[in-house]
Design a protein around this ligand. Structure first.
Ligand code: COA
Length: 704
């Protein structure tokens, strides 16, 4: 066997335990161990049945993703699954935790499946750009049916034990201890003389050939929408269809070929990077140096969209929340904003009124800061203005208990200055939520100069409780996300001035994989926000900076702020959130160009993307150079979770590596000729190109 797989016996039942923490990933030692275990089960006449179970927190949760991209090491996972299926004695998979990907395929290789009540199954390969490669497309539809199997694979969703049992994938749900229930199951099989039952030879989930053909056709027709630009889903359908008319051996080979094709795509590299980047973002030095402070009761100041969103996120994390607003009317509105979210959940059948009531029991409205005296952490989400924020922090300094973490949700302001309004700057951090704060997963945790390690660690603990993806950011105007956004938004504004249409830019971004273009995004967020920023920053603007707001200012001057006014770059009919190009924009643009003395030129979609990305990556490199972000993957995570960057491209810095840093630099050098200040390449980028290094090398160095 191997260190990672052991075989023990309970009478005539073999218990094969996988032990490869933390998630029992099916690395080479586990695969070898499982094969050896099945050999022993077959060769030992005293063994009458076998159970495969995972030690620790889960049944194997998939192939070892870190092995992707390395030379394949035998035995391949599909051989292991077939070896399990070929075992001459009944094999039961006993599932707890998450039987995902290769883990589910192992269990489908087994002849019977039992799960504990919290057990979950799934084929999430699509989320990392691949597809099942060890019999998943062959075995699952035979029991669950084509439509259900494709749904599981294409969505990558996890299916609970009960639903899995209803689908016929799980034979039994264990009421009590899983291993004991699995042994009882094995005993029954032995006593009843039931032998192996090969999943690959079952067919109860399948329909007639005509029905199957129709199911595949429906899947193919729906795939463009469901696959969201991913390559793997179409190959899953191909593989599943092929398997119905070929031998297991042929189908396995075909599935393997499809899997290998997926493995070679840039999408797979982008998605795997995103998977590990997300997990690396919570690994920050402060977490290693200090434990978080206690976190049970939260104060939220402000009941507007942001304050209410943060309140919902905190309530959903099981915390108690006191929301403070300045007067009775505002707090009433704040509470309504919170309740609205739960009322919609009730309407959609996601919550019952009783569940809402139980959650709201942890909510306290107040118009007095004094009520925050027992809060462990207080988040300020008031108007974005330094004087207002300083006043709030001055009050918090007086009312908050010693050791309470005081957080500002500012998106741009200098938190050192905010902290200076208190006598305890060590307790002050930035928690930059993204709207709607109860939905958006990104949380920028901003570290002012004097923040104590345990205050920072508490911010990360809050993110974990709220199931958010935290990113550590240093202090600068706009932190990581908004600072970089400022640059690529400016590149887009210049392109419109120079001749591109805003709709062409949005279309190019959609084709790149964004869910929405930057102009549509501006309309959604409100064009007045950028307008106010430009006015605030007018004094700071250097004389040799090219102005980026000529066109947007003119739109705002007309009172068009986007969706909320029904008009912006697009016009929105009642109830239409997508909008159509605003016909009057063309005139505004033409007038602006002529006032600037610009003769418009054509831009190809390819050039639009090159400029947009070069601006983004270059500013990303500057953010790294200044230590605002600790590692490139943190910038990737910021843009994947806060700014709609297509996940299958891995994030801007991963994209840069794949595009080639020397190519990014060449683009910048080309654009630099027309505006040397805006396009000046970051020194870090120049250095990396000189040394032949990538951003990923910096990620590896950061991981130590
Ligand atoms: N291969 C290699 N490492 C894996 C892994 C896999 N399939 N799945 C998880 N890990 C690692 C994570 O990188 C993390 O490592 P770290 O502690 O060094 O950061 C650790 O295992 C724990 O994972 P994490 O995601 O933090 O734990 P969780 O309890 O929140 O979630 C899972 C557990 C299994 C649900 C989640 O890790 C997951 O979805 N894994 C991928 C499953 C998958 O895609 N399987 C199909 C592969 S073909």
């Amino acid at each position: 066997m191997s260190d990672q797989v052991t075989l023990t016996r309970d009478g005539d039942i073999a218990i094969v335990t996988v032990n490869n923490p933390p998630v029992n990933a099916l690395g080479v030692a586990v695969r070898e161990g499982l094969v050896a275990a099945m050999e022993e089960v077959d060769s030992d006449a005293a063994i009458k049945a076998a159970i495969i179970i995972g030690d620790g927190r889960t049944f194997p949760a998939g192939a070892d993703i870190r092995e992707f991209g390395q030379a394949p090491q035998p035995p391949a996972l599909f051989e292991v699954c077939s070896r399990i299926e070929d075992t001459t004695k009944p094999v039961i998979a006993a599932i707890h935790g998450t039987a995902l990907g290769g883990g589910l395929e192992i269990s489908l290789g087994a002849h019977y499946r039992i799960a504990d009540q919290k057990g979950r199954i799934g084929l999430p390969e699509v989320l990392i750009g691949v597809m099942p490669g060890a019999g998943g497309t062959i075995r699952l539809p035979r029991i669950a049916g084509i439509a259900a199997a494709l749904d599981i694979m294409i969505s990558g969703r996890q299916v609970g034990a009960k639903e899995a049992a209803d689908m016929g994938v799980v034979d039994r749900i264990a009421e009590g201890d899983l291993l004991e229930a699995a042994k009882a199951f094995a005993r029954e099989l032995i006593d009843e003389g039931k032998g192996p039952r090969k999943t690959s030879e079952r067919s109860e989930g399948l329909g007639t050939p005509e029905e199957n053909a129709a199911a595949f056709e429906t899947a193919r027709n729906g795939i463009v929408k469901k696959a969201k630009g991913l390559y793997a889903p179409a190959r899953m359908v191909d593989s599943m269809e092929f398997s119905l008319s070929h031998s297991l051996q042929e189908a396995s080979e075909y599935e393997r070929d499809c899997f290998m094709e997926c493995l070679k795509t840039p999408q797979q590299k982008g998605l795997v990077h995103a998977f590990f980047a997300e997990r690396a973002s919570a690994k920050v030095p402060e977490n290693g140096r200090a434990d978080p402070r206690p976190l049970e009761k939260i104060g939220v100041i402000g009941g507007g969209t942001m304050g209410a969103g943060i309140t919902v996120a905190a309530l959903n994390a099981g915390l108690r929340v006191t929301m403070v607003e300045r007067d009775a009317e505002s707090i009433e509105k704040g509470q309504q904003n919170v309740e609205k979210v739960y009322d919609r959940d009730i309407e959609k059948g996601r919550k019952t009124p009783e569940q809402k009531a139980a959650i709201m029991a942890r909510y306290t409205p107040s118009t007095s800061y004094e009520d925050l005296g027992d809060a462990d952490l207080i988040i300020e989400a008031v108007f974005e203005n330094m004087d207002v924020k300083k006043e709030v922090f001055g009050i918090l300094d007086k009312v908050a208990k010693p050791g309470a973490v005081l957080a500002s949700n500012t998106s741009y302001l200098n938190i050192d200055e905010i902290a200076s309004a208190t006598s305890r700057p060590q307790d002050v951090i930035g928690l930059h939520f993204f709207s709607p704060a109860n939905i958006m997963k990104l949380l920028e945790i901003v570290i002012p100069s004097n923040a104590a390690d345990d205050a920072v660690a508490t911010g990360f603990a809050l993110a974990k409780a709220m199931k958010k993806v935290p990113v550590r950011a240093g202090l600068c105007d706009g932190f990581i996300g908004n600072r970089i956004l400022g640059k690529y938004a400016t590149s887009a504004a210049y392109m419109v001035e120079d001749g591109a249409s805003p709709y062409q830019i949005d279309k190019a971004l959609l084709e790149f994989g964004y869910p929405m273009g930057i102009h549509a995004m501006g309309d959604l967020a409100g064009l007045d926000i950028g307008w106010a920023n430009r006015k605030n920053n007018a004094a700071k603007r250097a004389n040799d900076d090219r102005y980026n707001g000529t066109i947007a200012d003119r739109i705002c001057e007309k009172g068009w702020f986007g969706q909320k006014t029904g008009k912006g770059w697009y016009v929105y009919e009642k109830g239409d959130r997508r909008g159509k190009p605003n016909p009057e924009i063309e005139t505004i643009i033409a007038e602006a160009r002529s006032s600037l003395g610009i003769t418009p030129r054509d831009f190809s979609d390819e050039e639009i993307i090159r400029r947009y990305l070069a601006a983004m990556i270059n500013e990303g490199a500057k953010v790294l150079e200044e230590g605002i972000a600790l590692k490139p993957s943190d910038i990737d995570v910021t843009f994947l979770y806060g700014y709609g960057f297509p996940r299958y491209r891995g994030g801007p810095m991963k994209y840069a590596d794949m595009y080639g840093l020397e190519n990014v630099l060449a683009d910048l050098r080309e654009f630099e000729k027309e505006d040397p200040k805006f396009w000046k390449p970051a020194q870090l980028l120049v250095d990396l190109v000189e040394k032949g290094e990538t951003f990923d090398d910096l990620n590896k160095r950061a991981a130590g």
